[in-house]
Design a protein around this ligand. Sequence first.
Ligand code: CO8
Length: 258
Amino acid sequence: MQYEDLIIEIHDKVALIRLNRPKALNALNERMMNELGDALYKFDADANIGCIILTGSEKAFAAGADIAAMADYTYPDTYKDNYITRNWEHILRVRKPVIGAVAGYALGGGCELAMMCDFIIASDNAKFGQPEIKVGVTPGAGGTQRLPRTIGKAKAMDLLLTARTIDAAEAERIGLVSRVVPADKLMDEALSAAATIAAMPTSVAMLIKDAVNRAFETTLTEGVAYERRLFHAAFGTPAQKEGMHAFLEKRLPKFEGL
Ligand code: CO8
């Protein structure tokens, strides 16, 4: 597939996907989300890739779903087509780690897409918000669900009901992002984190991602039982043999291809 709205770069074992509709501040439309799904599945299946970065431009990760594309939609249009949701959740089916590298605006669907990444590294110029209420809709890609789970009910209600935009420092303080770096260091930081992850055994990174995501879907007891099964499963991976024997032999592990 040739991409019109994405730019792809490969950095050793890291795939970098850049949203690229600069004139519309990367407003997320049907074509871009289809392309994103295609690229994500391709890299998820590529044995040479150990981590994926999703980013936008210096001005916008994404300023939301494309308002121009949906302004005249009716309820039957949206319901019959399952409008936009059908291709928005591909990212949740990706089993390898996905880092969101956010500079500029991550608003509405852009904030929701960032929250669907495994963690977010933000540039100090990043701005997050769920301003859907100002254009007369609710969030539609998990904003009302993932935001309270991530930052708690009080902050989530505040952002969702006032449409207030928060800066990177506040986003880090409330746990929406894991790190904030100067704007000109964002890609270095994201690539470095991704390279670190890609150098780990990918099979185990996938187990960890699976286990952490289960925490949001189940009770603590069930989640811990699930984790225990994955821990047991890790003993079936060559990575466990290599990792533990390398430690005992006082050498660095060789996880290439594991
Ligand atoms: N959709 C379409 N076009 C957009 C969007 C958008 N979300 N955001 C910006 N643009 C376009 C502008 O229309 C403008 O185009 P043009 O130059 O042709 O007029 C261009 O990008 C530049 O934008 P601005 O001139 O407005 O730039 P500013 O720097 O003045 O402002 C802002 C930047 C503050 C980001 C401003 O553009 C803005 O408020 N954008 C809209 C933010 C918003 O409301 N987002 C939420 C949209 S609704 C949504 O996301 C629902 C998600 C549901 C997902 C469901 C999936 C299943």
